[in-house]
Design a protein around this ligand. Sequence first.
Ligand SMILES: Nc1ncnc2c1ncn2[C@@H]1O[C@H](COP(=O)(O)OP(=O)(O)O)[C@@H](O)[C@H]1O
Ligand SMILES: Nc1ccn([C@@H]2O[C@H](COP(=O)(O)OP(=O)(O)O)[C@@H](O)[C@H]2O)c(=O)n1
Length: 264
Amino acid sequence: MPVSVRRTVVIFPEHSRKVSVTVAASLEGTTPVLPGAPAPVVVAIDGPSGTGKSSTSKAVAAKLGLSYLDTGAQYRAITWWMLTHGVDVDDPAAVAEAAERPVIESGTDPSAPTITADGEDAGGPIRTPEVTAAVSAVSAVPEVRARITALQRHIADSAERGIVVEGRDIGTTVLPGADLKIFLTASPEARAARRGGELKAQNGQADLAATRQALLKRDQADSSRKTSPLAKADDAVEVDTTELTLEQVIECVVTLIEEKQRVA
Ligand SMILES: Nc1ncnc2c1ncn2[C@@H]1O[C@H](COP(=O)(O)OP(=O)(O)O)[C@@H](O)[C@H]1O
Ligand SMILES: Nc1ccn([C@@H]2O[C@H](COP(=O)(O)OP(=O)(O)O)[C@@H](O)[C@H]2O)c(=O)n1
């Protein structure tokens, strides 16, 4: 019979505004920890853009010696490949037909994650506005999702010490048996300010209203697609990062993982 725990973990008692999250964890199917050799832990971190998934996942994986997978980078890489190979990204049939063609490879070292398409470094080009504008349409195509999901599961299965996988559908679809699922949220204003800060650092300027609008448009597309939309898994811990520093979010996730490992 599945065992279930529900309790509140107060993460930052030293701060005047206490931050707490309610943990509902099912212990069913949890791999036992061997003495001296921690079992590989699989952590799924989902949420919309700008909630802190990448920064948090990388830092948590580095702290705990785990692998790290940025699944958004994979969808961006396949989108970039389509754009540079003359595939009409607004034609789902053309995208489906091309879905098997590129070789997408991810390096999972959290201190130096990499992404290539047909062996070519895609780390820079996948962050361009053209790719950002096209990625939701490409990632909505079921053939693309099937291909990338299989890749993600293979990478997670091969991670000897465990892995932090971040994206939109990791807890719901890709790794429904993950040991811990986190769903990060933040207000649209906070998310736009964070993305705006990045754009300002890159280009010396940022249009916050346009950034906010583009984020919300992508949220809407990602949440409403038929196949594997952006969604919180029923058993995910939701963490609202609006008022938290990145360090607080990292600490929160590390604490949740350690709690999970203790009860395993
Ligand atoms: N809690 C936070 N407070 C302030 N800035 C943050 C926080 N979390 C992340 N950031 C910053 O916001 C930006 C977007 O974070 P990122 O991790 O890329 O989000 P996501 O992967 O969810 O799109 C980055 O510049 C990051 O440093
Ligand atoms: N698991 C995932 C991850 C990303 N994606 C798609 O890939 C896009 C880019 O993801 P990302 O994580 O790089 O986006 P940011 O949050 O970094 O802006 C998303 O807007 C989704 O369309 C997805 O469909 N499923």
